[in-house]
Design a protein around this ligand. Sequence first.
Ligand SMILES: [Zn+2]
Length: 399
Amino acid sequence: MTPQLKDTTAPMATAITNISSLVTNNPSLGRGPLGLIDDAAVVIDGDRIAWVGTTSKAPATDSHIDAGGRAVLPGFVDSHSHLVFAGDRTAEFNARMEGRAYSAGGIRTTVAATRAASDAELEATVARYVAEALRQGTTTMETKSGYGLTVEDEARALRIAARHTDEVTFLGAHIVAPEYADDPAGYVDLVTGPMLDACAPHARWVDVFCERGAFDGDQARTILTAGAARGLTPRVHANQLGPGPGVQLAVELGAASADHCTHLTDADVDALASGDTVATLLPGAEFSTRARYPDARRLLDAGATVALSTDCNPGSSFTSSMPFCIALAVRDMGMTPDEAVYAATAGGARALRRTDVGRVAEGARADLLLLDAPSHVHLAYRPGVPLASAVWRAGVKVA
Ligand SMILES: [Zn+2]
């Protein structure tokens, strides 16, 4: 064992050594924007990372894992999913692949099935997809309500979600509930009144689907402002199906993220580049609806912070795979592998305003993904291949 470089009263718990290439997302620790360290080691102590450096300088520890010349990166941070649902939309996907267009209205199918489902069924669904994502390296995952659309069903969805993640979003304004089809203003009153009262205690974020067929800019502003007054930070489904006010509104209200960003004007790009609002791109949605991909290159070149996320939901993007989204982003959205990996880790952390995840550094939560590959580039170079070899979340090996 090499000499210990840090004074510690007790030996550290576990060292992962012989890492061919470690993504830290901290340029002060290594090469380039990803802060890459070759022949690296990481020490995990409890739920935190205690030390990061090269294998030859790693301190003595209780136990030791040899990465065998494979790559390690921070666990993925998936900042956008809709996991509290029931029902199946295979037929709708099939119809779309036969040429029918996607519209926001398909959400109603899932609303009916979700309302009819028991708590246990919904709980099992959330647990299943969180576990599925974890096996692929996702160690932080946001999820939303939005398939209940009544006071009781939205609050139920958030209570269930909160048992599986700290990142819970109130999306009562996903679409106008079917009962309010002729009275959208009445539905906005419900969302900003009794529904928000019931939901705010269970959520961290408030979200609106600001889109033709869902909520317009004025309605979205009313809902996000009401949520913010109750301590929820805004995030917005913006500019997915066409141009609209969502991105500008997100930036104006200080939203953590504008999600989708597929149809952007130059002014939208400028707003994202100059504000704190992250542009979260969800290429699984464009893949699964056979739609045009967002132009990540344009956003990055303008200086915007970009996150990648799955949008995992049964209608428009039924994937929990961050590696799949990375591959799409590289192949079809003009991102380099480095940029896509950064967006899927540090970018997602920014979109959730988290500093403890999405990076590998002393003090960060010990969320690590060991790839069965020599570098993170293989996530795009080997699309569709299950490369997650081991996953640690908060220092615990979970997969
Ligand atoms: Zn979504």
